[in-house]
Design a protein around this ligand. Structure first.
Ligand code: G16
Length: 564
């Protein structure tokens, strides 16, 4: 094998964000950009010669080209074997599953998650460690440091590997095994859930729709939901992964999964969710009677949105409902060790944990913060408000897993989605919750707004805003209970005397300007008052958020881009 050492200059912008390095495709295509970052990963992880790596992605534009480059750099850096998903495809949870099942040294996942794809869209890359989870901050910080000092990378001169055919190949002496991207993952799902009960549910007239949004979950959902669980063909819509996601935005929320929302809400869809709801198209034949259950997943298959007929399940509530009903799924019948949620996620899961007598951990935003807790056996379930739910079956959040968990619960309880959530609120109280996103803000304006908020923190406690009195304000920081690592600057919290709160954060996953997220939460124990619209119930807090942040003066915006 001929290995070339290529001289290069470091880039100064390769700092991984909330979940890996995400940039425009054109940035990754610029000479040496991807190569440098991959070499920085390999230099940092220092895998012993002959190690095995997993490589796969969500199928977005540049996925195949990037995989060929990574294979050649892996060969030049002494890896003995790489497992690649057929067609270059591996959903993020499936990659985690494969890393764990075959005990590989780690894996590289190519995805910009829910961000749009195509030549003008986004691309991303992240490294996952041997536990199957995203590398923790100490590794991503070291990769970043290395990327700033890199002056060369090593690459094998070898022809590309045919990714469309399963089998074993050789690339300059390194083994490349092209594997079925679905089989291992589907087998794992079958071991966790009561497929018999779900099959019976689907046979008995229960109708569902799964929107794969032309992203990676299409083949997984078709195999599991249509083939193994027997749902009729056509249950999975937009099931063919496309490099540009059919020009869509593969983010399973009420704004971007509008086709599914139209199906589930029928004519009233426009009233829901978004300040920018797309106009309604004529209803397709199948939605004359809305399905009982709707779900969608994102670009790389780790997010999920759960809908009932005319009913949206807030992701924070979804985590709480799954926790409360976990014993109904065979894989969780023995009970939960604990649950964890990110700080901005509502406290609904905390109430379930308290009742179950198990711990509930509060971490910063980012799935990587759950890894240590799961590895130490402290938590079984984890979730985030950003449409992420998962468990210790892998070390990533898992969209289809959440869908199957809901199906398992629905099959066992025989009630509607709406009914299950209403009963949950009646039992535990309702954490009214919403997230308002302001996308594409100039970075200066967003940073100025956050600095302005922080500057008021000393004087806010004790101040009254209508019926709300400020109890405390802080910039959230977290000390990992397992390795004692400290993460600071994780979101500005304004907490009121009655437990309501407003959190302000800048997203760490965007590639253009800044995205401001405002998270709003208020608790309602009275069942008679729980069925109000969340925006209405949170209106007072929304006004306070605008006032404290000087949102309009600083950004010119009054309406969020997306409301969850
Ligand atoms: C990533 C992380 C999640 C995080 C989400 C939103 O998800 O894995 O843990 O909650 O981003 O992060 P931010 O608010 O910083 O944009 P994904 O699905 O994009 O990988």
């Amino acid at each position: 094998m001929n290995i070339r050492t290529v001289a290069t200059a470091p880039f100064n912008d390769q700092k991984p964000g909330t979940s890996g390095l995400r940039k425009k495709v054109s940035v990754f295509q610029s000479p040496n950009y991807l190569e440098n970052f991959v070499q920085a990963i390999f230099d940092t992880i220092a895998a012993p010669a002959g190690s095995t790596l997993v490589v796969g992605g969500d199928g977005r534009y540049y996925n195949r080209e990037a995989i060929q480059i990574i294979l050649r750099i892996a060969a030049a850096n002494g890896f003995g074997k790489v497992l690649v998903g057929q067609g270059g495809i591996l959903s993020t949870p499936a990659a985690s599953c494969v890393i764990r099942k075959y005990r590989t040294f780690g894996g590289i996942i190519l995805s910009a998650s829910h961000n749009p794809g195509g030549p003008d869209g986004d691309f991303g890359i992240k490294y996952n460690t041997a536990n199957g989870g995203p590398a923790p901050e100490k590794i991503t910080d070291a990769i970043y440091a290395r990327s700033k000092a890199l002056d060369s990378y090593r690459i094998a001169d070898a022809p590309g590997v045919a990714l469309d055919q399963q089998g074993s190949f050789s690339l300059g002496g390194m083994a490349v095994e092209v594997i079925d991207p679905v089989a291992d993952y589907a087998g794992l799902m079958e071991s966790l859930f009561d497929f018999e009960a779900i099959r019976a549910l689907l046979k008995g007239g229960f109708r569902m729709c799964f929107d794969a949004m032309h992203a990676v979950t299409g083949p997984y959902a078709k195999e599991i939901i249509e083939k193994r669980l027997g749902a009729p063909g056509g249950t999975v819509i937009n099931g063919v992964p496309l490099p540009d996601f059919g020009q869509g935005h593969p983010d399973p929320n009420l704004t971007y999964a509008h086709e599914l929302v139209e199906i589930m809400y029928g004519a009233s869809a426009a009233a829901f969710g978004s300040a920018q709801a797309a106009p309604l198209s004529p209803l397709p034949e199948r939605s004359r009677r809305q399905p009982d259950f709707g779900a969608a997943s994102d670009g790389d298959g780790d997010r999920n949105m759960i809908l009932g007929r005319h009913f949206f399940v807030n992701p924070s509530d979804s985590l709480a409902v799954i926790a409360a009903n976990a014993a109904l799924a065979p894989g969780y019948a023995k009970g939960l060790a604990g649950v964890a949620r990110s700080m901005p996620t509502s406290g609904a899961a905390d109430r379930v944990a308290a009742k179950l007598g198990i711990p509930c951990y509060e971490t910063p935003t980012g799935w990587k913060f759950f890894g240590n807790l799961m590895d130490a056996g402290k938590v079984t379930l984890c979730g985030e408000e950003s449409f992420g739910t998962g468990s210790d079956h892998v070390r990533e959040k898992d969209g289809l897993w959440a869908v199957l968990f809901w199906l398992n619960i629905l099959a066992k309880r025989g009630q509607s989605v709406e009914d299950i959530v209403h009963r949950h609120w009646a039992e535990y109280g309702r954490n009214f919750y919403s997230r308002h996103d302001y996308e594409g803000l100039p970075s200066d304006a967003a940073n100025g707004l956050m600095a302005h908020l922080k500057s008021q923190f000393a004087s806010l406690p004790g101040q009254r805003f209508g019926s709300y009195q400020v109890k405390l304000c802080d910039d959230f920081s977290y000390t990992d209970p397992i390795d004692a690592s400290v993460s600071t600057g994780q979101g500005l919290r304004v907490i009121f005397e009655d437990g309501s709160r407003i959190v302000f954060r800048l997203s760490g996953t965007g590639t253009e300007g800044a995205t401001l997220r405002i998270y709003l939460e208020a608790f309602e124990p009275d069942a008679a008052k729980q069925r109000r619209d969340a925006q209405e119930a949170l209106a007072g807090l929304i006004n306070i958020a605008h006032e404290l942040s000087e949102l309009k003066q600083r950004t010119g915006r009054e309406q969020p881009t997306v409301i969850t």
